[in-house]
Design a binder for this molecule. Structure first.
Ligand SMILES: Nc1ncnc2c1ncn2[C@@H]1O[C@H](COP(=O)(O)OP(=O)(O)O)[C@@H](O)[C@H]1O
Ligand SMILES: [Mg+2]
Length: 219
């Protein structure tokens, strides 16, 4: 199972979500991470995690499509691979989009996000045409002001494209996302009862429902 967090725009929360979703899923499944981000943010978070004495997840970095393909061919079926695709358009990114079981694209609700989404839609359209399939990414609103109730501009645009599906879960702007990684923790590991934790759990539950991961054991 490959779940890719992908958007060619930077700063939208790909690495943050990859780290937090992977930590949450690893409570019940074997999870590994592919870090395609040139800034290697998720790798750094796991480095901090092991320095803090917590168990890091396996993080893989690939520089050639061959290395990546060999890894994909060799992994067991029960492993969930979370990919931080990095904020750029590359052949490795495109390959991963094509082989992913589920793609997630974080965006904020600012009007300028539509421009970034239009570019990303162009990549999905091109890949869909090349493969004669319909590539769809699941767009999750992230870093939304806690008081903001309406996001019509962005949500109307998302709903207008056959390449986008708007996720029900919304992640609000929460300081816990930055604070938790300083300790090598996900937001849930930092504080199980925080608003950020509840929103992360809702998002991960929605992902599990949509990809068909059953709840085996819960805390
Ligand atoms: N829901 C959120 N609330 C508050 N800060 C967030 C949230 N999601 C991401 N961030 C912050 O936004 C910045 C960019 O996030 P990052 O995951 O590095 O983006 P990307 O990988 O897309 O470039 C980081 O400082 C991160 O802590
Ligand atoms: Mg990143």
């Amino acid at each position: 199972m490959i779940i890719t967090i992908s958007h060619q725009k930077g700063g939208v929360g790909k690495s943050t979500l990859a780290f937090n979703i992977a930590s949450e899923l690893s409570k019940q499944s074997k999870v590994e991470i592919i870090d395609l981000d040139v800034q290697q943010t998720v790798s750094t978070y796991h480095h901090i995690r092991s320095e803090m004495g917590h168990n890091p997840l396996p993080v893989h970095i690939f520089t050639t499509p061959e290395e990546l393909e060999n890894y994909i061919d060799s992994i067991d079926e029960d492993i969930i691979v979370i990919v931080d695709s990095g904020g750029f358009d590359s052949s490795l990114n495109r390959f991963l989009i094509l082989i992913s079981d589920f793609i997630i694209t974080p965006v904020s609700s600012e009007f300028t996000e539509i421009l970034g989404l239009q570019k990303y839609e162009g990549i999905l359209r091109e890949l869909s045409e090349q493969t004669d399939s319909l590539l769809v990414t699941n767009v999750v609103l992230n870093k939304i002001s806690p008081n903001q109730k309406r996001f019509d501009d962005v949500s109307d645009f998302i709903k207008s494209s056959c390449h986008f599906k708007l996720m029900d879960s919304i992640l609000r702007r929460r300081v816990d996302f930055a604070n938790s990684v300083a300790h090598g923790f996900s937001v849930y590991e930092l504080d199980k009862s925080s608003e950020a934790s509840k929103e992360l759990i809702d998002l991960v539950q929605e992902i599990k429902n949509k990809v068909g991961i059953n709840d085996k054991k819960e805390d």
